[in-house]
Design a binder for this molecule. Structure first.
Ligand SMILES: O=C(O)c1ccccc1NCC(=O)[C@H](O)[C@H](O)COP(=O)(O)O
Length: 253
């Protein structure tokens, strides 16, 4: 299984072409990661909804670029109750950077996810983070090796899936943090029913994250009722006052 034969939206094809060209690091990183499961448990014990808020300056499906200081945005998200942060490091289509991630991780004490399109082991070595995203659809048969390589460096891999086959592959690779992406990266269409369909097939000991398309408190409740331990939200947080937006979703019980 790999991305090359898939039907992909042109924007996603361009993202993958750029990711293939991006170099890796020279030296293997070693991370002392902040525990994501502990952060989720603490938020839930507080009676709030665990939300990973995303510092997402732009994207192929967003109009314009939000060019505020990413560290300020991150601090506001944490003040609003974010359990963890997702930081885009993809530079060409999402306005992200490894420098932003480094600065944000220094400025906050919550776990930080590196959001990028990692395809090869050496691409894990460009920056430290607490979690790293591995997209099952794009890494294909390399998923088990990349999960192991990520863990050897101290990262907590968040394995993203969109289909039943990808979920089976993620579980076979030993993923214990799984994100079900409601966005079909082939067509860039979003449907919250994706999470509802796949979530019942995820074992209880896997930490389950609902990704993409969550905009309102009703969406939060819908994903939580379907079994989400945590949510990953980008666009709806970045649109306006990020602190207020974060507060609104983390208190939607
Ligand atoms: O968000 C996009 O436009 C996008 C386009 C092409 C590939 C990936 C894309 N997004 C990646 C994500 O998974 C989202 O940034 C993340 O789940 C947050 O989604 P949302 O809350 O809908 O912004």
């Amino acid at each position: 299984m790999n991305a090359s034969g898939d039907e992909l939206a042109p924007e996603v094809r361009a993202i993958l072409d750029a990711a293939r060209e991006r170099p890796g690091g020279d030296t293997r990183v070693s991370v002392d990661a902040r525990s994501f499961p502990d952060a989720v448990a603490e938020t839930a014990a507080d009676g709030r909804v665990p939300v990973i808020t995303e510092v997402k300056p732009t994207s192929p499906t967003t109009d314009g670029v939000r060019d505020d200081d990413p560290v300020e945005l991150a601090r506001e998200m944490v003040a609003g109750g974010a359990t963890a942060l997702s930081v885009l490091t993809e530079p060409d289509h999402f306005g992200g950077s490894t420098e932003s991630l480094q600065r944000i991780r220094e400025a906050v004490d919550v776990p930080v996810l590196r959001k990028d399109f990692v395809l090869r082991e050496e691409q894990l070595d460009v920056v430290e983070s607490d979690l790293v995203l591995l997209i099952a659809r794009f890494v294909g048969d390399d998923l088990p090796d990349l999960v192991e390589a990520a863990r050897k460096r101290g990262f907590q891999p968040l394995v993203e899936v969109h289909t039943r086959d990808e979920l089976v592959a993620a579980l076979a690779a030993g993923a214990d943090v799984v994100g079900i992406n409601n966005r079909d990266l082939g067509k860039l269409e979003v449907d919250l029913a994706t999470f509802e369909e796949l979530a019942p097939e995820v074992p209880d000991d896997v930490l389950l994250v609902a990704e993409s398309g969550v905009k309102t408190p009703d969406d939060v409740r819908r994903m939580r009722n379907a079994g989400a331990d945590a949510l990953l939200v980008g666009t709806a947080i970045m649109d306006g006052d990020v602190r207020q937006n974060t507060e609104s979703l983390t208190t939607s019980t």
